[in-house]
Design a protein around this ligand. Structure first.
Ligand SMILES: C[S@@+](CC[C@H](N)C(=O)[O-])C[C@H]1O[C@@H](n2cnc3c(N)ncnc32)[C@H](O)[C@@H]1O
Length: 256
């Protein structure tokens, strides 16, 4: 039977009201305390990549905007229940937590090479994984981040998220070959791309010439991404979307 909402006016002046009043005050105090604890834990992380709503009005101040994260989650296959998902380069884990909430069994990994970018561009030292662990704790997630390079993995996953990772690889075709080996159903590849040509070309960015990031190497054209994904064994490749963030970005869905 549905309960009707509490009508305070009928309780005013009664013992029940004063007991409930104490409980409500305690509840408010606990929520305030939790909110402060979350805010303090968030502030202790010197650099956040992802914007993550941790509840109680605390959101991580991510370099990556909520809008650009939404563009990417919109492209993730909707049927995740019971699927195994590998999140390559998960950083603070926004996409891992998103997939976990939808019933996937998620493996979040990162080799923490972003430490070089954060040190060079912002003069900040990260250990790697600290943001992920804080977010997991307050989101009630069971996920554990694993430090590893995805090329060291052997076991395949139903779905692989390869978001913002391709242009960091020194050997992009080899990296995509390994991505194909790790993918059972499909991979979502989100990347910077070069608008320079309709031809399948790779633009090389030496040193920190792309976004002041010494770990950025490549700007493939759209046809280059499409043809490389087919070359490494994906049977069906489709361009989901292009969009503008700090640079030109594209999202491809590659199916086995
Ligand atoms: C641009 S960030 C993207 C983070 C997140 N996937 C997103 O889209 O918001 C790239 C991440 O990939 C990680 N990464 C780069 N190469 C990797 C590799 N070979 N294996 C695992 N992680 C890698 C970096 O450390 C960094 O955390």
């Amino acid at each position: 039977m549905a309960r009707s909402p509490l009508d305070w006016s009928t309780l005013r002046g009664t013992q029940v009201a004063s007991d409930l009043g104490v409980e409500v005050c305690l509840l408010l105090a606990t929520n305030l305390d939790l909110s402060q604890r979350k805010a303090r834990a968030v502030a202790r992380i010197p650099f956040w990549w992802h914007t993550i709503d941790l509840g109680d009005e605390v959101t991580t101040p991510g370099h990556s905007s909520a809008r650009s994260q939404r563009v990417r989650t919109d492209a993730i296959p909707r049927r995740l229940k019971g699927k195994t998902v590998l999140d390559v380069g998960c950083w603070d884990g926004f996409f891992s937590f998103w997939c976990e909430r939808r019933g996937a069994s998620v493996t979040p990994i990162d080799d923490f090479q972003h430490r070089d970018f954060v040190r060079e561009k912002y003069g900040v030292e990260l250990n790697g994984g600290e943001g992920f662990r804080v977010a997991a704790r307050f989101l009630g997630s069971r996920l554990k981040i694993k430090k590893c390079d995805f090329v060291s993995l052997q076991r395949p996953f139903d779905i692989v998220l390869f978001l913002g990772v391709l242009y960091h690889q020194r050997h992009p075709l080899l990296a995509l070959e390994h991505l194909a080996r790790l993918t059972r159903e499909c991979a979502l590849v989100e990347t910077h791309y070069s608008k320079s040509s309709g031809q399948p070309l790779l633009h090389f960015y030496p040193a920190s010439s792309l976004n002041d990031d010494p770990t950025n190497f490549w700007g493939p054209t759209l046809s280059c991404i499409d043809l490389m994904l087919r070359e490494v064994g994906f049977r069906a490749v489709s361009l989901v979307k292009t969009y503008r963030d700090n640079d030109d970005r594209a999202i491809f869905l590659a199916r086995k």
